[in-house]
Design a protein around this ligand. Structure first.
Ligand SMILES: Cc1cc2nc3c(=O)[nH]c(=O)nc-3n(C[C@H](O)[C@H](O)[C@H](O)COP(=O)(O)OP(=O)(O)OC[C@H]3O[C@@H](n4cnc5c(N)ncnc54)[C@H](O)[C@@H]3O)c2cc1C
Length: 349
């Protein structure tokens, strides 16, 4: 995880349309939903710690001050975007007149946005295509924050609109026929000095990224935002479960585990064969390759295995329906497992 104890960059917004009590409540509920710790909670201040920095609310005479602090500009920008998405869903009036203190000139590109050019495409087994992007300022793309979003213009659009900041410092994304496709991917590796980022796409019919890659877009410039999400695990015992969309993240985490780590990693795919995806893992991790449809869906298998194990870190990346069932099981029959887990929906049917 990024060192959120050393925030160097900060942005705040004064909100007069909300009380401290209501924003505190929302922040605490969001933190609980995402397994994030509340590190301060007093009568007039609450602070939640994330992998990218801290989100705080302070009572002021007129209302409440929302404050974000992070170790880099792009983490700050990611956190601001995440706040807008998560908190504004719960309290729509948060958006009214929200003005960030560090607002760049209107029309600027968001700090976490970069242009990137496709410089290489290589088949990776029968199910994946390995894509290499050339970009710049990739220092934040470390093994501790491995996810990012593509920003793909609609096919055939001659005049692309990219995101920009408005006068309040909020990111404005193009809408309607100009809307960009923004799926999340995992940086399989990143060489910041060379400006190269590699990611692996699971090819599935009907997927817009798959269709785009089938046009062999070498030399094409796209957008990307990030990094976001989590990464490296400092754990000695892990139980990991994923379908193809989680293979890149699981492989990157496995290769960065301590060489003494123990546990199991379950890979569910169309074929269920080890050559589906290259994985390097410590000797103490047993790899299982499962063919989809031959047994329990991967998230349900996680429920079954976790009912048999007491300790260890649970890591799951799969389709949303199965992840919802797993979360329900964690809240009921598996609740003694505590919060040492990463359980995430990577795609939706
Ligand atoms: C944190 C995170 C990391 C991720 N990392 C990766 C990664 O490294 N590599 C990767 O390939 N994916 C990854 N994903 C999953 C990826 O974001 C989704 O699969 C996304 O929907 C792909 O967009 P698309 O353009 O292919 O499909 P869309 O055009 O958005 O969707 C078209 C159709 O495809 C269906 N669909 C989407 N995903 C799948 C699937 N896996 N199997 C079958 N149907 C599907 C949708 O339900 C929809 O009906 C990640 C997701 C998250 C949240």
């Amino acid at each position: 995880m990024a060192d959120a104890t050393l925030p160097h960059f900060m942005a705040s917004a004064e909100i007069s349309s909300l009380t401290f009590a209501s924003l505190r409540q929302t922040l605490i509920e969001e933190a609980a939903e995402h397994d994030l710790p509340i590190v301060t909670d007093t009568g007039d201040a609450v602070r939640c710690r994330t992998a990218f920095g801290d989100v705080s609310a302070f009572a002021t005479g007129e209302g409440v001050r929302l404050e974000i602090s992070a170790p880099s500009e792009s983490f700050l920008s990611e956190l601001k975007d995440a706040i807008i998405v998560h908190l504004a869903e719960a309290v729509p009036q948060l958006m009214r007149g929200l003005q960030w203190s560090d607002a760049a000139p209107a029309g600027s590109l968001p700090k976490n946005f970069r242009f990137a050019t496709v410089v290489d495409l290589q088949p990776l087994g029968p199910l994946f295509l390995r894509v290499t992007l050339q970009s710049h300022d990739l220092d934040d793309y470390t093994s501790q924050s491995i996810h990012f979003r593509l920003a793909l213009p609609p096919a055939g659009l001659a005049d692309v609109t990219w995101p920009s900041l408005d006068a309040d410092g909020q990111t404005i994304w193009p809408q309607g026929e100009n809307a960009l496709h923004r799926p999340v991917y995992t940086a399989r590796s990143c060489d910041a000095a060379a400006g190269l980022l590699v990611f692996d796409v699971y090819l599935h019919d009907g997927g817009r990224v798959t269709e785009w890659l089938r046009t062999r877009p070498l030399g094409v410039t796209i957008g990307m935002t990030g990094p976001g999400g989590s990464g490296q695990l400092d754990e000695e015992l892990v139980y990991m479960f994923a379908d193809e969309t989680g293979f890149p993240a699981m492989a990157r985490i496995l290769e960065n585990l301590s060489p003494h780590a123990k546990g199991e990693a379950y890979f569910e795919s169309e074929n269920g064969i080890p050559s589906d995806y290259p994985v390097i893992a410590p000797d103490g991790i047993v790899l299982h390759w499962l063919k989809r449809g031959d047994g329990l869906p991967i998230a349900d298998l996680a429920v079954q295995r976790m009912a048999e194990e007491e300790g260890g870190f649970l890591w799951v990346a799969a389709e949303k329906g199965g992840v919802t069932r797993l979360r329900q099981a964690l809240a009921s029959q598996l609740k003694t497992r505590g919060t040492r887990k990463y359980v995430s929906a990577y795609w939706q049917r």
